[in-house]
Design a protein around this ligand. Structure first.
Ligand SMILES: [Zn+2]
Length: 127
């Protein structure tokens, strides 16, 4: 098991938006139009785009609306992690560890002025 300190080495060179997407999910925007599947003529894909990391996703469908196979993705440059690029890692982070890294980057321990939910609500109501 890789120590937390070595997993945190990812933070030094992995883009912030990539960590956010891995930790909390992509911000998918559905794009109009359909794309053809490379091998199945009766299958069409709906294309979505992540506004945060620029990942592109294709969800495949039959004309009935039934989903077909796994999604396809075009990852942005540098999104895919290779252990060769992180010599001090012996495995990739778990989802929980990604979330921990994202929360650390967001200042979980260091931000002194984090508002409570009720404070945020009050601000919004008075605005
Ligand atoms: Zn994303």
């Amino acid at each position: 098991m890789a120590a937390i300190a070595t997993i945190e080495s990812i933070l030094r060179k992995y883009p912030r938006e990539y960590v956010e997407c891995r930790a909390f999910g992509h911000n998918w925007e559905n794009l109009s139009g359909l794309v053809k599947h490379d091998y199945f003529s009766t299958v069409r894909g709906k294309k979505s785009y992540c506004e945060s990391c620029e990942m592109v996703r294709y969800r495949w469908y039959l004309s009935t609306g039934k989903r077909f196979g796994p999604n396809s993705y075009d990852a942005p440059e540098g999104y895919s992690l290779h252990l060769d690029d992180y010599k001090d890692l012996d495995r990739l982070p778990t989802l929980e560890e990604w979330r921990g890294l994202a929360l650390k980057r967001a200042g979980f321990r260091t931000s002194p002025n984090v508002e409570t939910l009720s404070q945020k609500t009050r601000v919004r109501k008075s605005a």
